[in-house]
Ligand binder design. Structure first.
Ligand code: PHB
Length: 400
């Protein structure tokens, strides 16, 4: 990379602070010295509209909350945000990420929620060698085939919460199920993880129903499920789509008749909106707002005070993204170009998260506990741990 192409040196010249002007006129600063004077620029590429808008907003607000808690700086440098609404639109994913890197000159990409969009971001992160931290999207490829030293995920792989639910259902004696989800990588992979552990334990999938993302015309399928009479139903839906699904499931008279199981994205962040319709849903997730640890207690209080909204898993993932960046950048005193040192610090960080402490696998995906939860009295109550320290298989990752 030439000096001109180095985003840090260019920015420090353009900012024109007194310190910057003095530095330019009196000596040629090292990259490291320049790095300390410039703000660090973070591209927040998230959904701020559409079915996943609430997820994008919670990730953003919790990231900023954590940043304020660590003193408003990362590695001693102030932070500037460029926020971009990715609309959960995969065809625009690559172009939007490229714009953030080449035009807006962000130092770090943070995003996104939707797996299809996140794969576009990962492609750009690899091409441009920019640090990418994924605060939600679970696409297996991100920490699988597309894994790279500069790509980290603070959330989960889609396989993980699905895989955790199979044994839970078998233990409940549910021997045959209908699955239902959106027809895109997150849907395929969450159902895929579930199928793997469920069928290995002897469970049978009666029917797999797929709808295009983000469609919510569930009615005809629910009628079909009523006729099939499986022991249970297992689904992945999230955001506004989850609200509609839970309401329609109850509205179709299935609640209380055919037990509903899911990855915890179905119920997290939507319980206020769905009220009694969610009662009884069992699910698996790497977080629950009732977890009894001091980090979670402080987080729940601070997030609710700052936003007047309840916390959810998406907020936790945004919060932890900032914690990880704070640790990594502290170790290199804000030098985003420190490469190997920065990445190895991040890789070895034990994140003290509201979900409990977690580590990273060699492919940079969280190794974490998955909880069994059930909605009771309008809350996701933790029934126990489904799988301890679950690691994604990281299929195709060359770093493993
Ligand atoms: C994804 O697209 O990977 C995704 C989206 C929403 C969720 C979970 C996963 O709640």
């Amino acid at each position: 990379m030439t000096m001109f192409n180095n985003p840090l040196s260019r920015r420090s010249l353009l900012v024109g602070t007194a310190a910057g002007v003095a530095a330019v006129s009196t000596f040629t600063p090292t990259r490291f010295a320049i790095g300390q004077t410039a703000k660090i620029k973070i591209g927040l590429m998230l959904p701020y509209s559409g079915t996943y808008a609430s997820l994008g907003n919670n990730i953003t607000d919790a990231f900023k909350l954590r940043l304020a808690e660590v003193g408003g700086k990362l590695g001693g440098r102030e932070v500037e945000f460029v926020q971009l609404d990715d609309e959960s639109a995969p065809p625009k994913g690559k172009d939007n990420a490229a714009k953030l890197v080449t035009k807006d000159k962000v130092d770090i990409l943070v995003g996104t929620v939707h797996s299809g969009v996140a794969m576009g971001m990962a492609a750009i992160a690899r091409e441009e060698n920019v640090l990418l931290v994924v605060p939600n999207a679970g696409a297996g490829d991100i920490t699988g085939k597309m894994c790279a030293p500069n790509i980290f995920r603070t959330s989960f792989s889609n396989w993980q919460p699905g895989y955790a639910c199979g044994p839970v259902m078998m233990k409940d004696g549910k021997k045959n199920v209908v699955t239902m989800t959106w027809n895109y990588p997150a849907g395929h992979e969450q159902i895929g993880g579930f199928k793997e552990s469920y069928t290995a334990a002897g469970g049978k999938i009666v029917k797999e129903i797929l709808l295009d993302f983000p469609k919510v015309e569930f009615q005809a399928y629910l009628t079909e499920i009523a006729a099939l009479k499986p022991d249970a139903v297992f689904v992945f839906f999230s955001g506004d789509g989850a609200v509609k699904f839970i309401k329609d499931y109850a509205g179709a008279g299935l609640k209380g008749k055919i037990p509903l199981y899911a990855t915890g994205f179905l119920t997290d962040g939507v319980l206020q909106a769905v009220g009694n319709d969610a009662e009884g849903i069992k699910n698996t997730l790497h977080y629950a707002d009732s977890l009894d640890n001091p980090v979670n207690k402080k987080f729940v209080k601070a997030f609710e005070a700052a936003t007047k909204r309840p916390v959810d898993v998406f907020a936790v993932q945004g919060y932890d993204t900032c914690s990880l960046l704070a640790t990594g950048l502290e170790a290199v005193k804000g030098d985003i170009k420190a490469g190997a040192t920065l990445y190895s610090t991040m890789r070895n960080t034990i994140v003290d998260s509201p979900r409990g402490k977690f580590t990273f696998s060699a492919s940079h995906n969280p190794v974490q506990d998955f909880y069994v939860r059930q909605v009771k009295g309008g809350k996701d109550v933790v029934l126990g741990v489904a799988v301890k320290a679950l690691a994604d298989p990281a299929k195709g990752c060359s770093m493993v």
